[in-house]
Design a protein around this ligand. Structure first.
Ligand SMILES: [Fe+2]
Length: 262
């Protein structure tokens, strides 16, 4: 049986140093197939470079709310996120070369809201959905770990829309939701969640370019046989932060939070 191996990345947020670190790690592991859960842009200083790498290196990408903000319009954004999306749009528009400019816009304009995959992982048949945010509102809904305690009904209703496995990003908080409902941090799972046929799971893969779980390392997952492996990687966030501080339209808070992972 063919061994299935793929990596899933999300929430890059124009952070080139984090993205290149993650892509190098994926390559070192010999993983050829990469999927992206969106928010390639927003907050960070390198939208062009990050878009180009995602276009070249991933098999597909779904639409994130920050991608939507740049291509269409920001919805429910705070001031600094909105400013960052307008700045990103201006940078993409200012590209002098037609071919890369058109390629980036076409990429942003054709991002689907979800993708799915059926595969045999080890001995388990898996039906996997991929969205940026949540199975009922794929672009904008937040599923927080606390929802398990403060809003269990919400989590149960979300699970009604999950056939088996759903990969998400958006909150920048990696971990696994089960339909009890329950939430497990990667640490509590030894950084591995085994996909099995009888268990539904919503798996948050964390953020490449703007981690917010008080761990400043870039986050992604790879799936090998039926195991979802959570990976964290140190990267040169000082360089990214310095670039953000040098761009007037980008809020310095988005530089500071890279160091703290918040
Ligand atoms: Fe995001």
């Amino acid at each position: 049986m063919k061994k299935i191996m793929f990596a899933v990345i999300s929430d890059i947020h124009s952070n080139l140093e984090a993205l290149t670190t993650v892509l190098e790690d994926i390559e070192k592991r010999g993983i050829k197939e990469i999927y992206c859960l969106g928010d390639v842009v927003g907050y960070g200083p390198n939208p062009r470079e990050c878009l180009d790498l995602v276009i070249e290196r991933t098999k597909w990408c779904v639409l994130g709310n920050h991608d939507y903000a740049v291509f269409y319009e920001p919805t429910n954004f705070n001031y600094s996120a909105e400013q960052a999306s307008f700045w990103t749009r201006a940078v993409l528009e200012a590209e002098q070369q037609k071919q890369p400019r058109d390629r980036r816009w076409e990429f942003l304009g054709q991002l689907p809201m979800q993708r799915s995959l059926e595969a045999t992982l080890g001995v388990n048949h898996a039906k996997i959905n991929f969205v940026h945010a949540s199975p009922r509102r794929p672009v904008n809904e937040y599923i927080f770990p606390d929802d398990v305690y403060t809003n269990p009904v919400k989590v149960r209703v979300l699970f009604e829309r999950v056939e088996h496995i759903c990969f998400v990003g958006h909150t920048h908080l990696p971990g696994v939701f089960l339909d009890e409902p329950d939430f497990y941090l990667p640490d509590e799972l030894g950084d591995v969640y085994p996909i099995v046929e009888h268990e539904k799971a919503i798996i948050n893969i964390g953020s490449v370019g703007q981690p917010r779980d008080k761990d400043n390392r870039a986050s992604y997952v790879y799936v090998d046989d039926n195991e979802v492996n959570f990976v964290r990687l140190e990267y040169d966030y000082e360089t990214t932060a310095k670039k953000i501080r040098e761009i007037e339209e980008l809020d310095n808070f988005n530089a500071d939070r890279l160091r703290d992972g918040r």
